[in-house]
Design a protein around this ligand. Structure first.
Ligand code: HPA
Length: 241
């Protein structure tokens, strides 16, 4: 059986409905993970939960220690990760409230510690298909069985943050082929691949990306859409187990 972890993002700092929690603080050669690793039981199945921005939501996207997070999960024997992420919607099918299981990534981040392959051995991973096909399929099946509408596929554009994008940046990203924009998808996905961990993303659209609506993007709007979106993600995760 898979050893599954969930990395919770904005709006999912803590797991609801869990039956037991056993916490461990793991130190890694790359530093301290964003939160304690929580061994929880959900629907009778054990999984590990990690809060990407910290349980008190104090770590901005560009300061997340992605290497420590992935290393710690690997240390605990995790072989599959569902990353839950808040995103902005760029294309028509990704309006606020929609959930996507993306199948591609474009990385616009910079200056992050993004690899375990830092020499002296030179290694290049295959990243043609950044997300694990098998786990994506399981998430899509889980969504269908829990009657939660999700978009199958789409390209996640990972930006540096913490500021939101300009309208011109979003226009360029759309021309590049991005459907959604978020700040944490990279280097999380490629670090997982470097460790051989099967990784898929469940992305919740919290707002129209910059320039895609006439309204200013507010934290209130983001929080509100995430609240309902995360309830639906919870249903998918329950079905996945
Ligand atoms: N841009 C980047 N990240 C995000 C957004 C956005 O519009 N909304 C939620 N996360």
């Amino acid at each position: 059986m898979k050893r599954l972890a969930i990395i919770g993002g904005t709006g999912l700092e803590q797991m609801a409905g869990v039956e037991s929690v056993q916490r461990s603080r793991v130190e890694t050669p790359y530093g301290t993970p964003s939160s304690e690793l929580m061994r929880v039981t959900l629907n009778g199945r054990e999984l590990i939960f990690l809060s990407r921005h910290g349980e008190d939501h104090s770590i901005p996207p560009h300061r997340v220690n992605y290497r420590a997070n992935l290393w710690a999960l690997n240390e605990l024997g995790v072989d599959s990760i569902v990353a839950v992420a808040a995103v902005g919607g760029i294309t028509e099918r990704m309006g606020p409230g929609h959930i996507a299981i993306p199948d591609q990534i474009i990385d616009y981040t910079w200056g992050r510690d993004h690899t375990f392959h830092d020499g002296p051995e030179v290694e290049h991973i295959d990243f043609s298909w950044p997300y694990c096909g098998e786990l994506r399929g399981e998430l899509l099946d889980a969504a269908a069985s829990s009657s939660v509408d999700v978009v199958d596929g789409g390209t996640y554009g990972a930006t540096q943050g913490p500021r939101l994008e300009s309208a011109a940046e979003i226009q360029r990203m759309e021309q590049d082929g991005c459907d959604i924009v978020g700040m944490t998808g990279m280097p999380e996905a490629s670090l997982a691949r470097e460790l051989g961990i099967c990784y898929a993303c469940c992305a919740v659209s919290a707002n129209w990306a910059a320039g895609k609506s006439s309204q200013e993007i507010t934290m209130d709007e983001i929080t509100q859409n995430l609240k309902t979106g995360m309830d639906r993600v919870g249903a998918v995760l329950q079905a996945l187990l």
